[in-house]
Write a protein that binds this ligand. Sequence first.
Ligand code: HEM
Length: 601
Amino acid sequence: MGTWLWWRPRRLESALRGQGLPGTRYRFPSGDLKESTILARESRAKPLPLSNDIIPRVSPFLHRIINQCGKSCFTWFGPIPAVTIMNPDLIREILSTKFEQFEKLKTSPLGKFLITGLVKYEGEKWVRHRRIINPAFHAEKLKQMLPAFSTCCSELLGRWEKFVHPGGTTELDVWPEFQNLTGDVISRTAFGRSYEEGRRIFQLQMEQAKLLILASQNVYIPGSRFLPTPLNRQRKQVDREVRFLLRSMIEKRETTIKSGEKVGDDLLSLLIESNLKLFKEHEKLKNGGMTTEEVIEECKLFYFAGQETTNVLLNWTIVLLSMNPSWQERAREEVRQVFGENSPAFDGLNQLKIVNMILHEVLRLYPPVISLTRMTSNNVELGGITYPKGIILSLPILFVHHDTEIWGEDAHEFNPERFAEGILKATKSGQMAFFPFSWGPRICIGQNFAMTEAKLCLSMILQSFSFELSPSYIHAPHTVITLQPQHGTPIILQGSEQAMASSEVFEYLSSEMSVVTATVTTTLVLWAVWMGTWLWWRPRRLESALRGQGLPGTRYRFPSGDLKESTILARESRAKPLPLSNDIIPRVSPFLHRIINQCSN
Ligand code: HEM
């Protein structure tokens, strides 16, 4: 322990400082953990203004250190130094050309309940698993999965339509909505006909994540996971049920495939087929394919890796399109041009240029995974510095994506136009610096899956609704593994009639008059529609929501509510002075005084 917590950190610190790398001083025994936890807690208590300059809130400690020490610096992850690498060329070296010289960080024993499989393996095992899983994510397989994506999105929109009265609006928190959608998508695409069991696994995995978050709020004591505490028992029970469900599905599927019967195009069947093929090719080799237990781990990983990340992408897309209504309109226009009112088809999704630019810009400003970490497995030379074995290299996607030297002074602005000529030309510096899905051989295997899902879902939403942020929305991005909205994402959803009104009115008018007149008239019509919603439907909806819960009050009077009556009463009471008494409320606030008297009787 003395070596691990005292001598080793000292030796590594002097090796780094000796090469001119600045950083925080090692504090025995937990490094920068205490300070970074305090800063994170403080920043979580304060929401942000509606701005994309989110780093000081999301990653306050690293933000402070980079400001003090510069972009190349080191901090302490417990007794291990973590060097921040912000140079995109060096990041590419780490993730691509020299990727074999780095290891993934070991997951804590508790984390293994959730994060296992491909994402954690190294060396030969990783190569074998990646080879088996890859075919399941090929473009033609994704095309076959599109109906499953569509079914899930249609169910979501069907539910939303029930909330919104025709031509009206409703307030809705899209965060849990997208959480269910992306869970459903994985359940359907991964397990096809066994979708219901898939759904159950999704629920259990969510429960497992909650239990792990609960456990992580206490200091982890090695071996404590074996103690028979209620939390440990619950965690093991959930894990047993997940494994049981997966094992029985896998065994049934293997039997069907071996008997030559046709199985669906879901991820599980594709994975088992690919696995059995490899087993046949390497019959004599012991480690030809994956064992049932390994297939179980990969299925669990699909939920973890594929659900929360895509949920986050959809969530911030809705936030940014609400903050930038002109881009929302441009995207809707494009979707209508490509698909009209029809259900989006796979080939059409590839024609969506504006939507693609928007999703890239969302992934740049709000990358679901904000940072990648690697560990040096030996001494490695990078950019003129030799990093000793056992150092963490932190590749902060969020910081690189917001770097003004790379993206220009408008780095924090939402400007999808920067991606108009592709990812390579998006930066001011001409450097390739966009890597929300990582780079190199270990790039996200589900990248196209996620982008297809996001494009399809966004297209279907735009076809049916328009949206804006609710007044109750609080801008508070924070990380719980992924970059999430701390207080959810309530939006005001407007039904399709109004969503379509703008473009239909514009189309009709521009055929009748000049574009300028059409634009002005469209704006006026839209303004009238908006005013109608704001002054008529919204007050009615809110009034019935309050009365429905037994709250008494005055009736809404169009358009100014109680303003007229309260002004008259105020004027009348001001005309009359009071006797020398402290009973001043009837004079100071005559309207509220009257209403409180009426409604409490
Ligand atoms: C917007 C959505 C997504 C984002 C931003 C994302 C991001 C990433 C990133 C950054 C990595 C690299 C992690 C590392 O090397 O430390 C990764 C790996 C991975 N992702 Fe995704 N991901 C997304 C969606 C998905 C989906 C939908 C799936 C599967 C259904 C998936 C499955 C995986 C797997 C299996 C790996 C490990 C690959 C390997 O190590 O070979 N991801 N993802």
